[in-house]
Design a protein. Structure first.
Length: 69
């Protein structure tokens, strides 16, 4: 099973490329890029806890910080 999916959304004549991944996958990708996941927000601006079910949210916004060398 792939770790993520890239899917063209039908909106705007399939011009919107969307990236889908689990929170654990994204957290690992952020860490591999030399950053640390700070917070995850739902579409209303609420912070989601790391153990909170986020499957009901159509969009999540991730805030990450670069790890100092």
């Amino acid at each position: 099973m792939p770790e993520y999916a890239l899917i063209n959304d039908c909106g705007h004549f399939f011009a919107c490329l969307h990236y889908y991944a689990t929170r654990a996958t994204l957290d690992a990708q952020v860490e591999n890029a030399g950053m640390r996941l700070v917070d995850v927000f739902d579409t209303r601006g609420n912070v989601l806890a790391s153990n909170q079910d986020d499957s009901g949210n159509p969009w999540l916004f991730y805030a990450a910080r670069r790890i100092a060398p």
